[in-house]
Ligand binder design. Structure first.
Ligand SMILES: [Fe+2]
Ligand SMILES: [Fe+2]
Length: 309
């Protein structure tokens, strides 16, 4: 699938109203709206991590037999996602905490600091150490880094399917257009997840090409539920902070009832290249580009015109 670099129209941020008129209900469900906003922080965090790892991809893999020309486009898509989400994330956190620059990550919010220390720091420090010892592809930390990127990308791809099925497909978008109080956030997430589906296979294939082994092997699949638990925990934490920053009361139980279903979706050898998955992805992405995006953007423009009238 060809990867496109889509631009978020400026009207999306106008209608998002990152000011005293901000409304968090981008879907007509309080808890789901909060989960979407919590996820926004997680996505931004991982996009910067992916960008950091891509620096080593360029050093170790570029111009070798393993080089994949789609990899830099995948990273460019991620950089643009991070830039778009940053506006929203900074706004929500404005009276609470601003992200700090850490040694291996430029923007760590306080509630993501544990994830930074537990996971980003050891991996990147490990690559640095291995690099000093003259290692490149044979660095176990680099291998681990590519694996973590591919695992996260698989999970985001699953979240994208869930989003498209529950929010856009089968006439659901029409309902959202009538009930959403923040079409800008709806657009941001929908655009983002379209590109996530589009590049779903890239990091998995990169890993499999370089290391000549399946990412989602039987062994790795055994770890899947554990990986999902960690991810869901991180989304829960970020969502709790978002709720607090927006001064909305929510319980952990409520959040957990709205988390996307990740379990049982990934089977052995999954690399997003099975014909059924490819078809699903291309249907969703084409529907977004040709049908849903124009509808949503038209509604956004209409909303802005009406608010100015
Ligand atoms: Fe992304
Ligand atoms: Fe991605």
């Amino acid at each position: 699938m060809e990867l496109k670099l889509r631009t978020v129209p400026k009207e999306v941020f106008t209608v998002m109203s990152l000011n005293e008129n901000f409304k968090h209900l981008w879907v007509p469900d309080n808890v789901l709206s909060l989960v979407g906003l919590g996820t926004s922080y997680l996505l931004e965090f991982f996009e910067f991590y992916g960008e950091k790892i891509s620096v080593y991809y360029d050093k170790f893999i570029k111009n070798t037999e393993y080089d994949d020309e789609r990899f830099p486009i995948f990273i460019s898509q991620e950089k643009r996602h991070a830039a778009a989400h940053k506006n929203l994330n900074v706004f929500i956190a404005k009276n609470y905490s601003q992200p700090s620059r850490e040694k291996y990550h430029p923007r760590v919010y306080d509630f993501m600091y544990v994830a930074y220390k537990e996971f980003v720091e050891p991996i990147v420090a490990g690559i640095e150490k291995d690099e000093q010892a003259g290692k490149t592809i044979d660095s176990l930390s680099f291998k681990e880094a590519l694996k973590t990127v591919a695992i996260f990308e698989t999970q985001v791809c699953m979240a994208s399917f869930s989003f498209y099925e529950n929010v856009l497909a089968n006439g659901k978008l029409e309902y959202m257009l009538d009930t959403s109080e923040n079409l800008g956030v709806l657009y941001l997430l929908a655009y983002h997840y379209a590109e996530e589906m589009e590049h779903c296979s890239v990091s998995i294939e990169a890993y499999e090409t370089i290391y000549k082994e399946q990412l989602w092997s039987k062994e790795q699949l055994k770890q899947y539920d554990k990986e999902v638990d960690i991810l869901l925990h991180r989304i829960t934490v970020a969502t709790l902070y978002v709720a607090r920053m927006l001064n909305i009361d929510v319980t952990v139980e409520q959040i957990q009832s709205r988390l996307p279903n990740y379990r049982g979706l990934v089977s052995e050898g999954f690399n997003a290249k099975e014909p059924k998955i490819v078809e699903k992805i291309s249907n969703f992405v084409q529907s977004w580009d040709n049908e849903w995006e124009p509808m949503l953007l038209a509604k956004i423009k209409e909303t802005i015109r009406r608010s100015e009238a």
